[in-house]
Design a protein around this ligand. Structure first.
Ligand code: NAI
Length: 358
């Protein structure tokens, strides 16, 4: 059986750090295991265009492993060419880089390692909220430059205490963000999700649900995006919705880049309507050198907390999603039932409700 993995290149870091399991070099740690059973395992970072390893090998691979950190975009056209493909495994969480509707039609299963990096992302969200609200990035840049002007930083630095923080999506990550924010004594924690939290869970984090999105954002000092990317969330945070944000609000997006309209976000920063934008996800990955969100700033020269897509790929997370990927493949090869929470698309139907199937 041919198994194809599209992973990110780890370079020197991966040769000297074997725990960087999700890289082309370390191959999720499953090469020996797969080859000992006679399978062919192709691992590559080459994913764009007709000459890429992705397009070359997808035609006869039975299992495709991809990662959201270096997404191999499995479009409907590629699925049509992938005559042997039965199983797509996302080494991580978030399978929007696969055309899920077409996978349903072709009876291709899509599984991810649910929960494997949700704490990793939730911690990154809390860090990003703090670094924006406290104006950390320009303060650190000032230090590196050799300057020292406290007032230039303090004029736009605030406490998180007493602010209203809201999450779009209160699933595994969104809920963990709320849990981690509790000790900061925010004025209120609120959420927008078409699935209400179970009563006890909502009470435990003292979070109030707001059913209308415009109403929701108009109440938030900080908005954090924690829902999957699907037809219903593509461009959800656009120029129209941004008008309803409080002036001077902060926006954190570690969910998927395309949920926020990059040009509308940059314009809102430039006009001062948004005070900051942070996150690790981009509408195209790797982000081009001149991507507007690499350098977009607020009117005081700060408010940018963007980093490459890494919040869910800490070494701790990599250990979890590498072992989860192996379990999914092991189940597939031995005909054992998959863990229900990992199944996004089962044979011929969606199993998860998170991608807009309500
Ligand atoms: P989850 O499935 O546990 O929760 C998602 C929540 O979003 C669900 O409660 C669902 O009802 C809600 N939702 C779906 N559509 C919505 C909409 N239109 N409006 C409001 N809520 C909506 O997923 P989990 O584990 O919390 O992950 C969420 C997303 O975070 C993933 O799909 C992925 O895109 C992203 N992610 C990012 C990572 C990173 O490294 N930056 C790593 C892991 C996940």
């Amino acid at each position: 059986m041919k198994i194809l993995a599209i992973l990110y290149k780890g370079g020197n870091a991966a040769t000297s750090e074997p725990r960087l399991l999700g890289t082309v070099e370390n191959q999720l740690g499953i090469r020996k295991w797969l080859e000992s059973q006679g399978h062919e395992y192709i691992v590559s970072e080459s994913k764009e265009g007709p000459d890429s390893d992705f397009q070359k090998h997808i035609v006869d691979a039975e299992i495709l492993i991809t990662t959201p950190f270096h997404p191999g975009y499995l479009t409907g056209d590629l699925i049509a060419k992938a005559k042997n493909l039965k199983l797509c495994v996302t080494a991580g969480v978030g399978s929007d880089h696969i055309d899920l509707n077409t996978a349903v039609k072709h009876g291709i299963q899509v599984l991810e390692v649910s929960g494997s990096n949700v704490v990793s992302v939730a911690e990154h969200v809390v860090m990003s909220i703090l670094l924006l609200v406290r104006n950390f990035v320009p303060a650190h840049e000032m230090i590196e430059r050799g300057d020292w002007m406290v007032s230039d930083i303090a004029r736009n630095a605030f406490d998180l205490e007493g602010k209203v923080v809201g999450t779009i999506g209160a699933g595994r990550i969104g809920y963990r963000v709320l849990q981690r924010l509790l000790p900061f004594d925010c004025k209120e924690l609120i959420y927008y999700d078409y699935a209400p939290l179970p009563e006890a869970a909502g009470k435990a984090v003292n979070a109030r649900r707001v059913e209308d999105l415009k109403d929701f954002v108009s109440q938030c000092d900080v908005v954090t995006v924690n829902c999957p990317l699907h037809e219903g969330t593509l461009g959800l945070v656009n120029a129209d919705l941004l008008k309803h944000f409080k002036k001077g609000a902060w926006l954190v997006n570690t969910a998927r880049g395309a949920i926020c309209d990059k040009d509308a976000v940059a314009a809102a920063l430039a006009s001062g309507h948004l005070n900051g934008y942070a996150g690790d996800v981009w509408n195209v990955q790797p982000a081009p050198k001149d991507h507007i969100l690499r350098t977009a700033k607020n009117t005081l020269g700060g408010g940018n907390g963007m980093v490459p897509h890494y919040s869910g790929t800490t070494l701790d997370a990599q250990a979890r999603y590498a072992s989860g990927t192996k379990s999914i493949i092991e189940n597939y090869l031995s005909g054992k039932a998959q863990e229900p929470q990992n199944i996004i698309v089962g044979i011929g139907k969606y199993e998860s409700k998170a991608y807009g199937q309500r």
